[in-house]
Design a protein around this ligand. Structure first.
Ligand code: NAG
Ligand code: NAG
Ligand code: NAG
Ligand code: NAG
Length: 265
């Protein structure tokens, strides 16, 4: 019996501790996401003590404060937004306090690059409860100017002479380089032509291509792999192979066929 009572009290204490932990946690969380054809979306969400109310949320970029959200000083306005139209990016902040609780809310920072982003930046979010405790919590994250290269796409063009030219494309940030290899990863071979990277203002990424006219005997063993190198990180996109390449007939061949059709008519 005694041991049963002990068990029950242990369980009770465990549950109480768990509930206390829930009540006591002033929590701040930051998440980041790259949204295709847009840019970054960074979200700071908070959760205060049950009996607390929000005093302020301070947002900072590279340790410099640039925005304060104070719902109760702004006459019950539970939302505050602001947009900065800068040369390098359009930045928007949208802070909302959950209507039903007063202890939860979030600030969403959207960054739409207008020119190729070069630098990482840090984003900080500091949340403070009301007097008399002014309980604070903060988080900081680094948003890296790194978007992994898209999977390689290969196109194969067959010329009149029967030689096949492969053209491989990818996009990413910073600009990916395209590596041609034969026999899996074992042997690198040089490209014949490649593009200088082109900034795509819609995708906010660098588009690149690279082409090669390999000896016919290695055609089936060739693959291209996009790769981004930043500092000591190497990030690769999936490779493409000749077997999954999109085949195209050379324009010249189409011209000849069209000419023949015209002659027949
Ligand atoms: C709110 O709850 C905390 C933790 O349970 C407690 O320490 C504090 O005294 C309470 N504050 C107020 C203002 O009631
Ligand atoms: C937020 O910034 C204001 C003004 O700079 C400052 O008074 C306040 O203490 C800051 N709050 C936090 C939680 O850092
Ligand atoms: C490779 O493909 C790209 C994108 O489709 C194109 O702009 C480029 O001209 C092609 N290069 C060659 C050598 O065909
Ligand atoms: C730029 O990116 C968009 C969307 O990702 C794509 O549809 C478009 O073809 C790209 N533009 C060029 C010139 O490649």
């Amino acid at each position: 019996m005694a041991s049963d009572a002990n068990k029950i009290s242990i369980v009770t204490i465990t549950i109480l501790c768990f509930l206390l932990a829930l009540v006591k946690a002033t929590k701040v969380d930051i998440t980041q996401q790259w949204k295709p054809d847009f840019g970054w979306e960074v979200t700071c969400s908070w959760n205060l003590y049950m009996n607390d109310t929000l005093q302020s949320v301070n947002l900072s970029k590279n340790k410099q404060q640039f925005f304060i959200f104070r719902p109760y000083n702004e006459y019950g306005n539970l939302r505050k937004t602001q947009t900065w139209d800068l040369a390098e990016s359009i930045i928007k902040v949208d802070c909302v306090e959950a209507v039903d609780s007063g202890i939860k809310g979030k600030c969403v920072l959207s960054i739409e690059p207008q020119v190729p982003p070069k630098k990482d930046f840090s984003f900080g979010c500091e949340v403070s409860g009301e007097r008399p405790y002014f309980r604070m919590a903060n988080q900081e994250i680094v948003v890296e100017a790194l978007i992994p290269p898209s999977n390689a796409e290969m196109k194969a063009v067959t010329s009149e002479s029967g030689r096949v030219t492969l053209n491989c494309t990818s996009s990413g940030l910073p600009a990916p380089s395209i590596i041609w290899t034969v026999d899996g990863e074992t042997q690198r071979i040089p490209h014949d032509f490649h593009s200088t990277p082109v900034w795509n203002a819609t995708s906010k990424l660098w588009d690149v291509w690279s082409s090669i006219t390999p000896p016919p005997e290695v055609l089936d063993k060739i693959q291209c792999t996009p790769e981004v190198i930043k500092g000591n990180q190497v990030v690769r996109g999936a490779s493409a192979q000749y077997n999954d390449a999109q085949r195209q007939i050379l324009d010249g061949t189409i011209l000849i066929i069209s000419a023949m059709i015209l002659l027949l008519l």
